[in-house]
Design a binder for this molecule. Structure first.
Ligand code: SF4
Length: 451
């Protein structure tokens, strides 16, 4: 049997599985965790701890049809200004709940469109952040930049405040594809922003690409990739387009009949991987690529690669504080997510309460599964000895679960005494394999295709 046939037999073309940026995935969070837990977990952070900070800006000037991000369209700055006022208050609230000072290992501004802010608004936000939190020794400051919305003045403001990593969403440069997904962004516009960023002290440029878009062909994707590579990114994220119109209403505007089928999607993803590898990129996990010498490559080589809500990261901080509507915080004790809607989020903060509305308190059983899934997603292998040493009470359960996994995927997985590893060529199965460990996964409908 060919490898493709085996992958098909294991469900690669019809499985719907989470991307496992957390375990359990956020759709299993409940209202059993609220602001009181968030306050307790913030208070428990020891003085001087290194933390990551994520700030969510849920506004865009236009809503691209393909995008499933939680964001709202606005043609005026008024709601953005009001939201920033709330963010400033939330920073005070979070700060007041900490028992000591913390230092930032990472600051990431995401959305939505963080570059919708004016330079003055951005400066107010960043002054508040850097006033409230210390900056750690290997601090990285990254921002999601929309080249169609970012003014030079705003980019200069970000660079002046120390932004050293930028992430630009490209998706695909082919005009026909861009029209079909409701996002027009020319190569020249993108190149102009890249050149401007390069003139500042930018250490790393990331670009996001999508495969599986309407009208995308192997030829059009190859041309787009060549254009992207000419901009010399240091990292690339290659995501499969998730068509979930029952969750993201604006996706009904996308012509389903123009979407490539599962096998064509697989071929597009394989082609992109081959072209990127030929160009010298190293594959990181299942959907990222990095130049050698980049932090992600080094983390992969030294076993320090992690997975968080932004995807793969070399950030080792155990605490991630999420600010803004829908932002998720991660603590050693569990996850806390702010109210998803801006109105409820703003009402909570204006009432001087933390905005956590749901989450998950981690049990030890969750922790061993989370560790096993993160190892699989980052290195396509599970160190069984390490799991046994960390979770001695679960040794029988770990052994039984991994034996079942290997038994269900005999061609795709090798199981030894100390290690379970995904066989070469079966890496695309990794989300399906992780799903087998996930005791929360009861429905497939809420997730994206495995490929
Ligand atoms: S792709 Fe970016 S600009 Fe478009 S709707 Fe999504 S977050 Fe907004």
């Amino acid at each position: 049997m060919t490898q493709l046939k085996q992958l098909r037999r294991y469900g690669i073309f019809n499985a719907k599985v989470p991307r496992y940026t957390s375990y359990p995935p956020a759709n299993h969070f409940t209202d059993q965790v609220g602001p009181a837990d968030q306050a307790e977990w913030l208070r428990a952070i020891p003085d001087g701890t290194s933390v990551s900070l994520y700030v969510h800006i849920p506004f865009c000037k236009r809503l691209c049809w393909f995008c499933a991000c939680r964001t709202q369209g606005t043609s005026t700055l008024r709601p953005v200004e009001a939201y920033i006022e709330t963010l400033l208050k939330e920073i005070d609230l979070v700060r007041a709940n900490l028992s000591g000072r913390v230092s930032l290992s990472r600051l990431h501004l995401g959305g939505g469109t963080p570059t919708i802010l004016t330079p003055d608004l951005m400066a107010r936000l960043l002054d508040k952040v850097f006033g409230a939190f210390d900056v750690g020794p290997a601090f990285e400051f990254s921002v999601e930049i929309d080249p169609t919305e970012a003014s030079k003045a705003l980019l200069d403001t970000l660079l002046a405040y120390g932004m050293n990593r930028a992430s630009i969403g490209v998706q695909d440069f082919a005009p026909r594809v861009q029209q079909a997904i409701g996002r027009l962004q020319s190569f020249d516009q993108t190149s102009d922003v890249v050149q401007h960023l390069r003139s500042g002290k930018l250490d790393s440029l990331n670009m996001d690409l999508l495969y599986g878009l309407p009208y995308q062909t192997e030829e059009s994707l190859s041309i787009s990739l060549q254009e992207v590579l000419s901009l010399q990114p240091d990292r690339l994220a290659l995501y499969g387009y998730a068509h979930v119109p029952w969750m993201s209403k604006r996706q009904v505007l996308i012509d389903e009949s123009a979407l490539p089928g599962p096998e064509a999607r697989f071929a597009l993803s394989e082609l992109a991987q081959i072209l990127l590898t030929l160009d010298g990129f190293e594959q990181i996990g299942f959907d990222h690529f990095a130049r050698s010498g980049d932090g992600l490559s080094k983390a992969k080589a030294s076993g320090r690669l992690h997975r968080n809500f932004q995807g793969y990261t070399d950030d080792a901080a155990e605490v991630l504080i999420g600010l803004g509507a829908s932002a998720i915080s991660k603590f050693p004790q569990g996850y806390s997510q702010n109210h998803p809607g801006t109105a409820k989020y703003q009402a909570a903060v204006e009432a001087e309460t933390l905005a956590g509305s749901r989450g998950h308190s981690l049990s030890d059983a969750d922790r061993w599964i989370a560790s096993a899934i993160e190892q699989l997603m980052c290195g396509f292998a599970i160190d069984i000895k390490q799991l046994h040493a960390k979770f001695p009470a679960f040794v029988p359960m770990i052994s039984e679960t991994l034996a079942q996994l290997a038994g269900a995927f005999p061609d795709g997985v090798d199981l030894g005494d100390d290690r379970l590893s995904v066989k070469a060529g079966f890496e695309p199965l990794v989300r399906i394999l992780a799903g087998q460990l996930d005791v929360f996964q009861t429905t497939q409908t809420a997730h994206s295709s495995a490929i």
